[in-house]
Design a protein around this ligand. Structure first.
Ligand code: NAP
Length: 275
């Protein structure tokens, strides 16, 4: 079994990006919009800020009050779209329920949409065109490529169909000529399907849900889950790592697998906006 090391690969990409930054004529500038006071969002944004600073990317956070109206949010997005200095825009989710996040994603200029959530970019991904794709699944494609894991012709099973991970993951695997099956909470006999997977990607948010008896001998297992298990006082994935690792050919650990790839892939997308 080979452990897929997201820390090592993300560091390698970071070094490449530092070199690339020196060649750019225009400086990339990321605007992050935060609405309200979600604690996890603050942590994620601080990680993005820190990474931007390390790479020399201009970072600006726009913090809007919890009770702002949709037109205020759209107004800010339109201003940032028009601002020539701002090359990339990211709306941190979640946002308060009274706001329409899909409308907001739609307002972000597709050329500045580094998260790939604007419906135009979602559509481009669906028809196999080059576009900004969501960072977590894009980071997973990079991991597969770094470890020379060929997707073409493989049975790929994605468990989870969220707009952030599962769906774009399935599209990227399909675009790489995998034979893709997507599973979700209404899927019948999940084990029968996961047992067929050469490449199994799991993004459901349920600690240790995928057990060894659900995995084919020699499969590649990508665990996207991040679950804080309070009684164990640690973060675990959606895969029963200790038992599944004995059966598979490659596996990502949690933490240290997919997680580090998400933020560095975002940086890569941000730098692209200035190229
Ligand atoms: P989400 O929006 O809650 O979606 C979960 C998906 O899993 C849904 O499609 C749901 O099906 C499916 N599901 C839930 N229980 C299932 C079951 N028992 N069997 C089969 N499918 C099931 O979650 P998400 O945003 O995609 O995130 C998933 C996990 O990845 C979370 O742990 C999250 O923290 C983690 N994550 C990690 C990163 C990273 O950078 N490493 C990034 C994003 C997310 P339905 O559609 O039928 O409800």
């Amino acid at each position: 079994m080979i452990l897929i090391d997201g820390k090592v690969i993300s560091q390698k990409i970071k070094n490449d990006l530092k070199r690339k930054m020196n060649t750019l004529i225009k400086k990339p500038s990321l605007a992050v919009i935060r609405v309200g006071e979600d604690d996890a969002s603050k942590i994620y944004i601080d990680l993005k800020r820190k990474m931007c600073e390390e790479l020399g990317i201009i970072f600006t956070e726009y913090h809007l009050d919890e009770d702002i109206q949709q037109e205020d949010l759209l107004g800010l997005i339109h201003r940032l779209n028009a601002d020539e200095e701002t090359t990339a825009i990211l709306l941190q989710s979640p946002i308060p329920y009274h706001l329409n996040i899909l409308e907001a994603f739609k307002a972000i200029s597709p050329e500045k949409d580094v998260d790939g959530f604007n419906p135009l970019n979602v559509g481009k991904l669906a028809i196999g065109q080059q576009t900004y794709a969501p960072c977590t699944p894009l980071g997973i494609m990079k991991l597969l490529s770094e470890y020379n894991i060929n997707v073409e012709g493989k049975n790929c099973v994605v468990v989870g169909r969220s707009n952030i991970v599962g769906r774009p993951m399935a599209q990227l695997l399909l675009n790489a000529n995998g034979t893709v099956t997507v599973c979700h909470s209404k899927t019948k006999d999940l084990k029968k399907i996961t047992m067929e997977a050469d490449i199994l990607v799991v993004a459901i948010g349920r600690p240790g849900y995928i057990t060894a008896d659900m995995v084919k001998e020699g499969a590649v297992v990508i665990d996207v889950g991040i679950n804080r298990v309070s009684y164990m006082k640690k973060i675990v994935g959606d895969v029963d790592f200790e038992n599944v690792k004995r059966k598979c050919s490659y596996i990502t650990p949690v933490p240290g697998g997919v997680g580090p790839m998400t933020i560095i892939t975002l940086m890569e997308n941000v730098i692209k906006t200035a190229e």
